[in-house]
Structures are given as C-alpha cells and as structure tokens.
Design a protein around this ligand. Structure first.
Ligand code: SF4
Length: 271
C-alpha cells in the first residue's frame, strides 16, 4: 500500500492535512491528503553539495534564525519541519522565514491528549501547514494483526511501523527537513550538526536548535509567546507516545522517561 500523494487542500494554519493510508480510517481528522513539495526534487549530488556548503557557511553554532533563513533560501517549497508537539518553537523559528511551511506530525495513535491538543492549537493559531503523518494501519488494525500492546513487547517494531516507515514515506519528494534535535538531549545527539547529509532519507537534514539548552528553548517560547505542551510543566521534559513516556524527577535525565525499562533510547527517525 502506498500513501496518497494528492496536493494538500489545506491552507496555512488550517488543521486537517493527513499523509498515509490510515488517514482515511473512520474518525480520522480532516481530508486524506498530503502536502507535497511545490517544485521537483533536485539530484542527490546537488543536494549533497548544498548540505556541505551549508555546514561550511553556518559552522557549529550559528543562530537558529540564520540557519532557518539559509534553509528557506536554499529549499523554497521543498522544506519540511518535523515536530513532536512537545513545543512549537521550531515551527515558529522556521515559519518566521517561511510562512505556511509544512509541519509534519507523526500521529501514531498513542499520543497524550495534551499532545494532540497542542497540535490542534498550533494548526489553528500559527502560520504553518500541519500535516498528520499516519501509519499504514490504525492501532486496531495493528493489534488485530500483531496482538495487543506491541509497544510493551517489541517497541522497536512498533516505532518502525508507527513512526519510522510513515516518516520515510512522508519525506519523499522534499529536499530537506528541519528537526528540533538538540545536542544536550542525549549522548547519541552530542555531535548533531546544524546542517548535514541524511543518508537514510537521501536529503538534507537541518537542526537549527542543535546548540540550544532546554532553558534557551523555554526562554524563546516565553519571549515569543510560543505554544508549549502543558506536560512539559508537569514533569515531562521529553514527550513521546503516552504508552512509552513517564514523568521524570527534577534533575533526572530528561529522556530517561522514554521507553523506561527498555534499552531503547531513540525511536529511530534520527538514526
Ligand atoms: S513510542 Fe511506543 S507506542 Fe509510540 S510508536 Fe514507539 S513503541 Fe509504539
């Protein structure tokens, strides 16, 4: 089964765009549509050179706004922003340079109500085009095929089915994607560049917030009145699916609340 690739019928700031086969499931929010890039993808060699040039020009610690400007200038209409809806800082930073930019949200079917509420608020109030990226199967269909609570038995497979593969499909056609990955979040993220080449997706990966601390992130949100998931203020500094995220104590590793009890530390979309 392949995802729909019809143009998005939504306008910036309007919730409802969805990408993926399960978008048409009963109860799905909004029309089944995607938000394809507005111009053809350039050859991989050209994109690689752009990534190398961006890394050279921006260095290791350029301001997020400068990184966003570079991204928008070099990938007009072919840039996607990934957002977990823990906060809307990255969509805000990018949309200052690219109003109406596509913001991809991995709608796994297991999110906290607060996360879905944040997504809806972002779609309703910000000048961005929120696109729900949904898995091939609904939760019910997956449970019928693989049994209940796959996340508790085999989170790697669950993440692959509900996050990694849907994102792989959603990114097809874009030339670059921006993520909110920060170096201080985890040992696996300390070397995150501002701009790099994403071998997995064969596209440019841009991490404007890489040098930021959590304090800088929250200060930006406060200063600019950017939406933050209320769970962040309730002991959840890192937010994933409700089934796989627990509250952490003050001073505890922020990501220790993710997949607690498993050796797993990443869902796989940034590997
Ligand atoms: S975070 Fe948990 S529920 Fe969500 S996709 Fe991964 S394993 Fe499944």
């Amino acid at each position: 089964m392949t995802p729909a690739t019809t143009p998005s019928t939504t306008s910036p700031g309007t919730p409802g765009a969805q990408l993926g086969p399960a978008a048409a499931a009963p109860g799905a929010r909004g029309p089944q549509s995607s938000a394809p890039p507005t111009r053809p993808r350039r050859p991989v060699t050209e994109l690689r050179e752009l990534a190398e040039r961006g890394a050279r020009e921006l260095g290791h610690d350029a301001p997020a706004q400068a990184v966003a400007r570079w991204a928008v200038e070099n990938f007009p209409g072919t840039l996607a922003v990934a957002c977990s809806m823990a906060d809307a800082v990255l969509p805000h930073v990018i949309s200052q340079e690219a109003p109406g930019v596509d913001v991809l949200f991995l709608d796994t079917g297991y999110h906290f109500p607060e996360t879905l509420g944040t997504r809806d608020a972002v779609a309703a109030t910000m000048d961005v085009n929120v696109v729900d990226v949904v898995p091939q199967e609904s939760v019910a269909e997956q449970e019928e095929r693989l049994g209940a609570d796959l996340w508790a038995r085999d989170p790697a497979t669950c993440c692959r089915l509900r996050k990694v593969e849907p994102l792989n499909l959603a990114l097809g056609g874009y030339e670059a994607w921006a993520t909110g990955v920060r170096r201080e979040e985890a040992p696996t993220r300390t070397a995150t560049p501002l701009v790099g080449w994403d071998e997995t997706h064969q596209m440019v990966k841009i991490n404007p917030l890489a040098p930021w601390s959590l304090e800088e992130l929250m200060s930006y949100a406060t200063e600019h009145g950017v939406l933050v998931n209320p769970l962040v203020y309730d002991g959840y500094p890192s937010i994933g699916c409700a089934t796989c995220t627990r509250r952490v104590a003050p001073g505890e590793d922020p990501r220790s609340g993710r997949w607690a009890g498993f050796s797993k530390t990443e869902c796989g979309i940034h590997l």
